[in-house]
Each structure stands twice: as C-alpha cells, then as structure tokens.
Design a protein around this ligand. Structure first.
Ligand SMILES: *Cc1c(COP(=O)(O)O)cnc(C)c1O
Length: 432
C-alpha cells in the first residue's frame, strides 16, 4: 500500500484501522478523512530529528496553508511546535483555536496593511518579510503602537529544485523573496537594520515543494550561509535564526521515491555546521516548515460512484460525487493519486477509466488511467489516498457545490472536525 495506515480487510479498504465503507455510510460523501495518529507521528519525526541534530533551540513550524482548520492548530499547539500562516484568515483560525501566536510566523509575498496591523495587534511572533514596502509598513504601525516586531527576511538563493514549474520558488526570478545573487538582498538588509521598530532575527528561504532531490537543502544552505557571512562582514549583523522553508516530498503513487527523514536532517545539520565553521559564524537556531509532509498521507477522500461511461475503442469514465471543488490538484498541475474501489478491494482490477468529478469542466479530473474492477457500479465507494495536503485548503464552491466535512480518526474514535456545508451556507452571503 502507498502508506502504512492503509490496509485491506474482508474486501474493504481500511484507513487507520477504520473500515472506510462504514465511514462513508455514517457521514455521507464526499468526505475528507484525517488520521490524527499519523499527523502526530509525522510531527514527532520532525521534532525528534531536529532535536537530535540541531539541539533544543530548533523548531518545527507547520505550514498551515497545507490544511487549515481549528482542530489542526490544536494538535500543533499540543505538540508544542510553531506554525506558518499566510493570511489574516489563517491567523484568525489559529487564534480562535487558542494557538500561542508567539510561535506563529506570518508569510506571504504581498501582505496587506490590514494583515500587518492584525498580526501586530495579535502579537504574532514573527513576520517573514518579503520586501522593503512591507518592512516600512511594519515600522510605521509598530511606531504608532509603540511596539517592536521580530522579523525574518525572505531571500531567494537561486536554487532550481527540478519539480513542477508552479512549485519552484527559490529561483532568482520568483515572485517570492529578494534575490541574493543580484545583490538586492544584501542592500535590503542594510535598509532594514536602519529601522527602529523592526528587529531582524535572521533569514528565510523556501526553494520549492514536493522536493526529493538529494542535495537541494545542502546546496541551498551553502548559498545561505555564505550570505550570512557577507551580512556579518558588511553590517556586523550575526544571523540568529535560519529558516530553510518546507517542501519535502511525499509519496502519492507507487513509483514516487521515499527517503528517511532522520538521515536527511542529519546530513543537512552536518552541512550547516561545517559551513558555519568555515565562515567562523555561530550556528543559527534552525527552523523548518513542513506542510505537505505533515498532513498529506494523513488524509483520504471518499466519494460515491455515479455514472460509468464507456466509449468503446476510446476511453472510459467513472464519475463521482465530488471533483475539482474538493481536490483541484490534477486540474492545477497534473497531480497523481492512488485510488481504490473501497468496497471491492478483492476484485480483479482490469477496467481502465479516468476518475472524474461532477463539475462543468472537462479538466475536472481527479486521476487518469486508474484500474478499477470491471463490475464498478453506481453506489460503490471510491477512496483517493494522500489527500491531506492542499485539498481541503484549496477547495471551492464552484458550481455551488458545498464543501465536504472532515472526520478525524484518532485511536478508536471517529469524530467531525469540520461540518459539511449546507445549501444555506452556499447562499449565506448573498443579498437580493
Ligand atoms: C508552502 C510553503 C511551505 C510548505 O511547503 P510544503 O511543500 O507543503 O512542505 C513552507 N514554507 C513556505 C514559505 C511556503 O510557502
């Protein structure tokens, strides 16, 4: 199986030991499932590796854009890790879940004045500043409120991660951050150090997502630490925090690679310590911001099969009661998934079809060329694995489809953490 929390028993698919056919019956479809045990296990893996190789000043930040709702911030709070937020909406959700905002980092390449004021008023731990305009707004608002604000500066190390075009963010021509190579980042540091209310703590970079390549984070760190040394030489500023961003990959399909997190962090820590030694720098306190690799394999989506369309000599379609509204990742960038007919797991799969949604878009596809049992039929339950990241958080109401509910699975308990939207929710903001 694609992940160890997925098993088969009595012909039914099980997720975290729950029969998903029963869950579909109990809660209706489409339905997001989340495995809390798996989320915590993924968090523990980061926490333990960071502690082991970077010491107790290191902190894991959950990049909450991957999947944001109140209960998930409660988990991160209990796990005592930090979070990234990228909007007032995510910040508000965290605040309402009683998350300690001193451990929150506010990202985004274009924070509005309202975002900035809101973050400052809520005593957010850090802004990860992307550009000078934003730093000046923080300076102004902090001046008005007579406050100080900690920041990291986002810079671009010019690394190409060889993933999908939309996932590359560490390149020089990215819309995110300020480039090291052009000298702009060094100039910006000088301008920021002149500000009275803004306290620069260190630097952030994020080179991409769904990263598997061996040495991406080491190559990045070499460029970053050389930059820290230039900053020290130029301004006598010592970098206190180094935030390497997120992006570690997860397995969606059987031919995706896998890696050992402990080994990866160990190699990275060795590299960072060596580079700091080379430039005679203190090793900064380390931050990493996983999103996908915390929640992706803790998620599964269930659907009910509707129409089966066979076009002899051409192709076949299996239609389900959700689609790009609950999972737009195929439509956005051709993402791949492992799919199962959850109530017929022992049947031979020899019927090839595209798994498609119910939206009025030909691009409304969940996965192409999936092998189903030849007796796939209306009312069967389809399970799509590894949907915990960038599914619910990217969901929409296109065609006025209500967003599905989220059911959390923890030990032997299943419970709602997000209610299914109703038709009344759909018109809640309409005025006639
Ligand atoms: C999206 C993002 C992350 C998380 O990326 P994943 O691929 O989900 O791990 C971390 N940091 C920043 C700045 C991001 O934009």
């Amino acid at each position: 199986m694609i992940c160890e929390n997925i098993t088969t028993k009595n012909g039914h698919l099980h997720f975290n030991n729950f029969d998903v056919v029963d869950l579909a019956k109990k809660y209706g479809t489409p339905l997001y499932l989340m495995d809390e045990n798996r989320i915590r296990k993924n968090v523990h893996a980061y926490k333990e590796a960071l502690n082991k190789y970077f010491g107790d000043s290191a902190l894991t930040l959950y990049a909450s854009k991957a999947c944001s709702f109140m209960y998930i911030y409660k988990i991160m709070m209990e796990e005592n890790i930090g979070i990234d937020v990228v909007s007032s909406g995510e910040l508000y959700t965290a605040e309402k879940s009683d998350f300690d905002l001193s451990k929150a980092y506010f990202h985004s390449n274009n924070k509005t004045d309202e975002d900035i004021r809101y973050g400052i008023e809520k005593n957010i731990g850090y802004f990860v500043v992307d550009n000078i305009e934003e730093a000046l707004v923080i300076e102004k608002i902090c001046g008005d409120l007579n406050k100080e604000q900690k920041i990291l500066l986002r810079v671009t190390p010019g690394i190409d991660t060889h993933t999908y075009e939309a996932d590359k963010t560490g390149k020089i021509d990215s819309k995110f951050g300020t480039a090291i190579e052009t000298g702009q980042a060094l100039t910006l540091v000088g301008e920021i150090l002149k500000l009275k209310h803004v306290r620069l703590y260190g630097f952030h970079c994020h080179v991409g997502s769904q990263v598997f390549e061996e040495d991406v984070y080491e190559r990045t760190s070499k460029i970053m630490i050389k930059f820290f040394s230039q900053v020290k030489e130029t301004y006598n500023f010592e970098t206190l925090e180094y935030d390497i961003g997120g992006g570690l990959g997860v397995r969606y399909v059987d031919d995706d690679p896998s890696f050992n997190l402990d080994t990866k962090i160990k190699i990275l820590a060795t590299c960072i310590k060596e580079e700091c030694k080379k430039y005679n720098l203190n090793v900064p306190s380390f931050r990493i911001e996983p999103g996908r690799s915390i929640v992706a394999d803790a998620g599964m989506t269930l659907y009910t099969v509707g129409t089966i369309k066979k076009i002899p000599g051409y192709k076949n379609y299996v239609s389900i009661d959700g689609g790009m509204t609950d999972n737009p990742r195929f439509a956005l960038y051709g993402a791949r998934y492992s799919c199962f007919l959850a109530n017929k797991m022992n049947n031979l799969c020899n019927f090839k079809a595209d798994l498609v949604g119910r939206c009025c878009e030909s691009g409304d596809i969940i996965a192409k060329d999936i092998m189903f049992p030849s007796d796939v039929s209306r009312y069967d339950i389809v399970a799509v694995a590894t949907t915990g990241a960038y599914n619910y958080s990217m969901a929409s109401n296109y065609n006025r489809l209500p967003r599905p509910s989220i059911v959390m699975l923890k030990d032997d308990k299943d419970f709602l953490v997000v209610k299914r939207e109703s038709l009344d929710d759909i018109i809640a903001n309409d005025i006639i």
